[in-house]
Write a protein that binds this ligand. Structure first.
Ligand code: ADP
Ligand code: MG
Length: 575
């Protein structure tokens, strides 16, 4: 919590003003009962109307001043709270942007979303409350005690009994609520996860008639949240009436014992009234502290979750003195690379070695799950290998700046990702300053022009969120155009061609050959047709390289490649 509050520094001035205003308001509130007792004990007893009017007018003035201070304080603390929340969200977002895929795997996307929204809101609300109560409560409590003692020292023993009692109740409730609030936030994460899966996978849910199943899953998560929330609220609900009861019993005790003292002539009626008011102010300030304590566990649970995000340092970061690799153009070397995903014991790929040279096409072929995507994801350094090294132009990519490395790569992932913007803007994602001609040219090479022009507004047509208004193959071709417009030194196509029909696949690759020229091209595929004419084919099986060579060489040596080929091509095609 305290760590997060360091972010309040820019708000020092409004906070100081707000606290001063609260202080002034508290003083005004403390002064009013004394004025009232003066009116009763002096003015009314003596029947001095002028005195009553004078003090009464003064009372009005003090009360009005208090109200103005309260309004200003509320306004300022609301502004500070909101600004604080805004800054935190901005910071979390910026921090998460630096994460490598490893950190996303660790915290989980749904939880990251809750932490940036709900958790920050909790902290923000608490900050607002705190600014109002932090000064108010102690001033009212201490000031109230001083004023009460002044009014009648003998009656204060009532307070001596009551105050520790109230403090104990507040303490016990808060300590029991803290773990529950932490659970509440975790349950919100869970709801977020189920909801997200259900919404993004809505087609599958419908197609497999899993609506009922999903409903039950959501209901279960929803119910869990409800149950924990009810338990917390029960605890809190118990506290309120208990406090009110204590408050009222205190009043009764004061009136009871005060009346006896008035009988004895040791106290005046006005003083008794003022005393009751001071007792209320003291207990109310304790009650306010208890509100703060109600919110504190929840806010501190949230603060902890936010800090966890900040504490997570990206495993992949730039070296202190990055090296540039510019004496060659995109020569990639993998040396005995082994990699295991976080949390899995078995490496997904092991001892992978191959070369991909500029001006050549290097293909990687293998069945599903053989580790093709894993290997190409290591090249832009989405993950770091556990052993071995990847070199670009002779420099280990861990010694390069990530931005430098990625600027040189045109990466087309297995699952094309498009953004809710125009087609042209989506292609221009590859390079902001690309001209219209360059965009059109890239679309041409990617064999996308035909379907783009068939759309109602051509290049200005808007891609729906998640690209739902395009087919898989169309999305892939836009993703290819995006990489082409970048004119990188290294192209990586991860299973990009499998969503295309054979004819488009062939045409696209022919056009690509001309376009990519001296660049290094890595093509991942499952279809023999796609890789046949590559300069070098790397055959993968179960995370290992089981053959490297050209189509002819590999055919001659038999093994896995021959099996793949004979399962896909007819005898004539083979010959
Ligand atoms: P391919 O692209 O050849 O179909 P992948 O490289 O995607 O295969 O996957 C290789 C292996 O790594 C598979 O066994 C898969 O279960 C595992 N794997 C892939 N992605 C992850 C991930 N994010 N976390 C854990 N395991 C993964
Ligand atoms: Mg794959």
């Amino acid at each position: 919590m305290l760590k997060l509050f360091r972010n309040l520094k820019p708000f020092a001035l409004p906070i100081a003003v707000a606290l001063a205003m609260v202080f002034a308001q508290a003083l005004a509130d403390l002064y009013l009962p004394t004025l009232m007792s003066d009116i009763v004990d002096t003015g009314i007893v003596k029947g001095d109307t002028a005195y009553i009017l004078r003090i009464g007018g003064w009372m009005l003035l003090v009360a009005a001043g208090g109200v103005v201070c309260a309004v200003v304080a509320s306004w300022l603390s609301a502004r500070v709270g909101m600004g604080f929340g805004r800054d935190l969200r901005r910071k979390v977002f910026a921090h998460v942007e630096r994460f490598s895929l490893h950190e996303f795997d660790t915290i989980g996307t749904p939880s990251l979303i809750t932490r940036t929204t709900n958790d920050i809101t909790q902290v923000q609300m608490f900050t607002m409350m705190m600014l109002r109560m932090m000064v108010m409560s102690p001033v009212m409590a201490v000031g109230g005690v001083i004023m009460a003692v002044q009014k009648d020292a003998k009656l204060t023993w009532v307070l001596v009994v009551v105050i520790p009692l109230v403090a104990a109740i507040v303490g016990i409730t808060a300590s029991r609520a803290l773990p529950l609030f932490r659970t509440v936030q975790a349950k919100i994460d869970r709801i977020n996860l189920v909801l997200r899966e259900n919404l993004t996978g809505v087609r599958v849910v419908r197609a497999f008639n899993r609506i009922e199943h999903e409903k039950r899953r959501f209901d279960a998560a929803n119910l869990e949240l409800t149950e924990v929330s009810i338990r917390v609220n029960k605890l809190m609900a118990l506290m309120m009436p208990l406090m009110m009861l204590i408050l009222n019993l205190t009043t009764v005790a004061i009136v009871w014992f005060g009346a006896k003292r008035i009988d004895l002539g040791e106290m005046q009626v006005g003083s008794l009234m003022a005393f009751i008011q001071y007792a209320m102010q003291i207990l109310f300030s304790l009650l306010m502290v208890s509100f703060l304590f109600i919110m504190l566990p929840r806010a501190s649970a949230s603060a902890q979750r936010i800090n966890e995000v900040f504490d997570l340092q990206p495993q992949i970061s730039d070296p202190a003195a990055p090296r540039r690799a510019d004496h060659e153009r995109g020569h990639i070397e993998l040396r005995d690379v082994t990699f295991a995903y976080p949390g899995s014991a078995e490496p997904a790929v092991r001892d992978i070695s191959f070369d991909a040279r500029p001006g050549e096409v290097t293909a990687i072929i293998g069945g599903t799950g053989s580790g093709k995507s894993t290997i190409v994801n290591l090249i832009p350094r989405f993950y770091d290998p556990a052993a071995g090294a990847i070199l670009v132009d002779g420099v280990d990519i861990r010694e390069m700046a990530q931005e430098d490395l990625r600027n040189r790569i045109g990466f087309i992932p297995q699952k094309a990702v498009l953004f809710n913007d125009t087609i042209a803007a989506n292609i221009r994602w590859g390079r902001d300053e690309a001209t219209d001609e360059e965009v059109a040219h890239a679309a041409d090479i990617a064999q996308a022009t035909e379907f783009i022009l068939a759309m109602s507004e051509g290049f200005q047509s808007v891609v729906a969120q998640g690209g739902t208004n395009l087919s898989g193959g169309q999305k892939q071709r836009l993703a290819i155009a995006r990489a082409l417009v970048r004119r990188p030194e290294i192209y990586v196509f991860d299973d990009t061609f499998s969503a295309l029909d054979f004819k488009t696949d062939a045409r696209l690759r022919a056009a690509l050959r001309r376009e990519t020229g001296e660049a290094t091209v890595i093509i991942v595929a499952q279809r023999v047709n796609t890789v046949m004419d590559a300069d070098r084919i790397v055959v993968l099986d179960d995370g290992r390289v089981v053959g490297t060579g050209t189509h002819r060489e590999l055919l001659r040596s038999g093994g896995v490649y021959r099996e793949i080929v004979s399962s896909q091509l007819s005898e004539e095609e083979l010959a």
